[in-house]
Structures are given as structure tokens and as C-alpha cells.
Design a protein around this ligand. Structure first.
Ligand code: AMP
Ligand code: GLY
Length: 469
């Protein structure tokens, strides 16, 4: 099958590599020249992946039979709609349904309207004047300030980590409003985060293994929020702190969300990624993404070896999935991102990484290239973005982490990586954190399962208003 992949990041490289394993021919549209994608592509085009007409034109010129969109920006720009308009079945929602990620306000309103529980309390101040009153409604409980639009994981400010006193959060929320964007204020949830991704199409919702992402830039979960520094998954497709019952509750939220989208007349053929916080009240939804996580997609794609991935994706794109094709091996995985020094706040671009992908593969790990430039047979130049993802698998998480560490030893250059991802110590800390939150002695602040109605629809979310009514 001739498959178009749109995007130039490490997650898209992993998608393309998994397609190649099922003998599909891969065609690539990306703005950067990704060394990994270049190696396996039959043809590739340097285009702005959000330029919907140009992407569709390239797809037609290559006679592709199906397409998948890696990152969020092309989904938000309507690239899936443009591909469907020229009769190319596509994995990825159209622009309207992709608002589940591109507008946090749309997402929360959709779930509220359709009674999908499992959400924190939130408000949407319609003006600068309303911010202080909205914050006062939290009664002194810690809160989170979120720009409604896409921010590559970096725009969210959490009280206690990104700001101290409530008034600092108020200043940030007001500055976002003054810049013309919609803002959400949410109750701060305490617990452990996890990502649950599912293929969603007309024939149903098909979950993948749960993954935990490490969002903070620095070891020990210090530093600012990033797109994700690395991630792990467990052999039984749960996580050290996640029970089958809690995973099923999160899956039920995703299933209800898929039904809510359908009820709004929004077709969804793609990946729905729920970012959850496991709290004393069970898993509560932090956000949805309309695509594979980066890096979480790399964990699950590493596990997809049985069956035919191209056929599975074609099924998602055409509305009918064969459940026998949704199979992930029972192994633990760890992904760590090699990033430029200063990544998060002040990334220093231009450093050279010497790495030999063949040697890393021989060591039992995999390399997926991000936005790096090839400068020699075994050398790449780092940009401001995440550079190279190294993925390892084993029967236990800490062994998979050790595999990645062994591969990192062979990489030379000035870079940063979070060595703590998937270590025994980190896993024990997280399990203990969750145990403390769940223990009967602990008195976590109550988190209502219903949500507050927003003050008023912000003007920039008018399209959400029209769709949800
Ligand atoms: P988002 O872009 O919504 O995924 O937010 C980025 C990160 O901010 C999340 O992964 C969490 O670590 C944190 N975050 C977002 N919303 C909340 C919340 N309501 N409570 C606690 N942390 C949150
Ligand atoms: N790792 C978080 C994301 O893909 O948005």
C-alpha cells in the first residue's frame, strides 16, 4: 500500500518505520529533512505540512492510497479534510473534530454538554476583569492557567510549579487574554499522569497500552513543561500505579467522548489520546490530543509487530477496523529524548551529535530522528527542538531504561537527556506518591466530577460555540 505520512518529527518517523515493517511504501511531507524519514521514504516533499492544498496535491501526484498525519498543527489546519476531499482515506480527524485538541475550551464544553464525567472544575473568564473573580471561586485551592489553543505543551502554568501566589497566575491569565487568546482556569489535580491512546473510528474505540510521559524538562520533574522528555510503558499495558479498573474508567471516558463527537455530527477517524491524572477520585481528564503522543506514540509503535499496521491504519481511515490487527506485544518500553542543552527555556541549537544508528540497533535499541539535520554519515546537528528519541524494550521497565542508557553511552556530543526516566527509583517514587494520595489517612482536596459552567464563550472560540451550540 502507498501511504503518505505528514510530519517530520520522531513520532512520525516511528509511524513510518512501523508502516515499512508491514511492507507499505512510504511518502513523506515535512518542512524539515528528517534523516530517518528520508532513508525509508519512496519519495518526500519539503512543504509546509499545514498547507492543505499543497499536501493534497503531493498526495495525488504520488498516487497514495491512504494517509496519516503525525503532529497536531496539520490537523488543526484542515489537512485531513483536504486529503479526504480528494478521496484519500486519512488517519486523523478533520479540522472541526481536531478542535478536541486545538481548543481546550471546545473540549471542556463538549464533555460538559454531553455529561462526560471525570473532569476537574474549570472556568473560562471572558475578560481581564473576570479573572480575579474566577480565581476567587477556587477558594484558595491551587489552580492551573491554560491558554485554550495549541502551545506544544509549553503554555500551561501550574500553581506550585510554574507560579507561586494566586496573583502571579492572575497576571499570566490576564496577559494571555490581552494577547487575544481564550484562557481556561482549572482546579489543580494531584496525582500521577498517564496517557491512554486509542484508535477511534466508525466501528469502535480500540485502546493501546497505557504510557507515562515525563513532561518536565529536568530530572526529578524540575523545570518547565515541555512536549515530553521521554516515556515508559509496562509489560501488562498498565503502569506501576495504574490498576485495570482505573484504566477501564479512563477508557470509558474516551468512549463517551467518541460518542459525544458522533452526537455532534463530527466524524472521527484517527487517534484519540487522553491525558489523564490518576487522583484519589480516579482518573480525571487533563486534555485530549487528536494524534499519537510524542513520545508516547513511539512506545506503543515499538510494540506493534504482529499483524499488518498499514491494514490497521487503512481500517481506521475507512471506518472499519479488524480488532485482530490491534495487537501490541507484552513488553516494557522506555523512550528518552536527546535534546539540546537548555531545552525547555533556552535551547542551544547547532550542537553536533555523533551517533551510529546501526550500532544502536545492534545494542537492542531503536533511534527515531526529530528535527535534526544530517551533517555526516553518523552525525546530526541539533536544532532548538527535541533531537533524537532512543527507544528500548525489555521485560521490565528498568531493564528497558538500562538498554536506552547503554545506547546513550555510544552517542557523543553536548546534549541533555533525562536519565531518571524508567529507573527503579523513579518508579518507586511514583508508586509511593500514588499510594500516599490513595491512603485513607490522606485528605486530598475534593475534586467535583461535575464542572462549573464557563462565564461566557470567549470570542476566539466562536467556532466551538457554533458546533456545540
Ligand atoms: P496540557 O497542555 O493540558 O497537557 O497541560 C500540560 C501539563 O500541565 C500536563 O501534562 C500537566 O502536567 C499539567 N496540567 C494541566 N492541567 C492540569 C490540572 N488541571 N492539574 C494539574 N496539572 C495540570
Ligand atoms: N507528549 C505529549 C504530547 O504528545 O502532547
Amino acid at each position: 500500500m502507498r501511504f503518505l505520512v505528514v510530519g517530520g518529527d520522531a513520532r512520525t518517523h516511528a509511524i513510518a518505520a512501523t508502516l515499512r515493517r508491514s511492507e507499505a511504501e512510504v511518502f513523506v511531507v515535512s518542512s524539515n529533512t528528517n534523516p530517518g524519514l528520508e532513508r525509508l521514504a519512496k519519495a518526500s516533499a519539503r512543504l509546509d505540512p499545514t498547507d492543505a492544498p499543497k499536501v493534497a496535491e503531493f498526495a495525488l501526484s504520488q498516487r497514495v492510497e491512504a494517509a496519516i498525519i503525525g503532529p497536531e498543527a496539520p490537523l488543526a489546519a484542515g489537512v485531513a479534510d483536504a486529503l479526504r476531499a480528494v478521496k484519500i482515506p486519512t488517519v486523523g480527524p478533520g479540522q472541526a473534530a481536531a478542535q478536541i485538541e486545538s481548543s481546550k475550551w471546545f473540549c471542556r464544553e463538549l464533555l460538559r454538554k454531553h455529561g462526560v464525567g471525570g473532569q476537574p472544575k474549570f472556568t473560562v473568564p471572558a475578560s481581564v476583569e473576570e479573572v480575579d473573580r474566577a480565581i476567587a471561586d477556587f477558594d484558595g485551592a491551587p489552580f492551573v492557567v491554560k491558554p485554550s489553543g495549541l502551545t506544544a505543551g509549553k503554555g500551561v502554568w501550574v500553581q506550585g510549579s510554574d507560579f507561586g501566589e494566586a496573583k502571579e497566575g492572575a497576571v499570566y491569565a490576564k496577559s494571555l487574554l490581552l494577547q487575544g487568546g481564550a484562557v481556561l482556569l482549572e482546579e489543580k489535580l494531584e496525582g500521577e499522569e498517564f496517557s491512554l491512546m486509542a484508535f477511534v473510528t466508525d466501528s469502535g474505540v480500540y485502546p493501546m497500552p497505557a504510557v507515562q510521559d515525563f513532561k518536565r524538562a529536568l530530572e526529578g520533574n524540575q523545570g518547565g513543561n515541555t512536549g515530553g522528555m521521554g516515556s515508559y510503558s509496562q509489560r501488562d499495558h498498565l503502569l506501576p500505579f495504574l490498576s485495570p479498573a482505573d484504566r477501564d474508567r479512563a477508557l470509558a471516558t474516551i468512549e463517551k467522548t467518541a460518542a459525544a463527537l458522533r452526537a455532534e455530527g463530527l466524524s472521527y477517524r484517527g487517534i484519540l489520546y487522553g491525558g489523564f491524572m490518576l487522583t484519589a477520585q480516579g482518573p480525571l481528564l487533563i486534555e485530549y490530543n487528536a494524534r499519537f503522543g510524542d513520545p508516547e506514540g513511539i512506545n506503543v509503535l515499538t510494540l506493534y509487530e504482529e499483524g499488518d499496521f498499514a491494514e490497521l491504519l487503512f481500517g481506521v481511515a475507512t471506518g472499519r477496523v479488524d480488532p485482530n490487527l490491534v495487537r501490541f506485544r507484552r513488553r516494557a518500553t522506555v523512550v528518552k529524548y536527546v535534546v539540546p542543552p537548555g531545552y525547555g527555556d533556552r535551547p542551544q541549537a547547532g550542537g553536533i551529535l555523533e551517533l551510529d544508528p546501526m550500532a544502536i540497533e545492534t545494542d537492542g535499541a531503536h533511534v527515531f530522528y526529530g528535527n535534526v539535520q544530517e551533517v555526516g554519515p553518523a552525525a546530526v546537528k541539533l536544532s532548538h527542538s527535541r533531537g533524537v528519541a532512543i527507544a528500548g524494550e525489555a521485560s521490565a521497565i528498568h531493564e528497558a531504561s538500562a538498554r536506552v542508557e547503554a545506547a546513550l553511552k555510544s552517542i557523543k556530543g553536548n546534549y541533555y537527556v533525562r536519565h531518571d526516566i524508567g529507573t527503579k527509583e523513579d518508579l518507586a517514587r511514583r508508586t509511593e506518591h500514588m499510594r500516599a494520595i490513595l491512603s485513607p489517612g490522606a485528605k486530598p482536596s475534593p475534586i467535583p466530577l461535575s464542572v462549573a459552567a464557563p462565564a461566557a464563550a470567549p470570542s476566539s472560540a466562536a467556532s466551538a460555540d457554533e458546533l456545540i451550540g
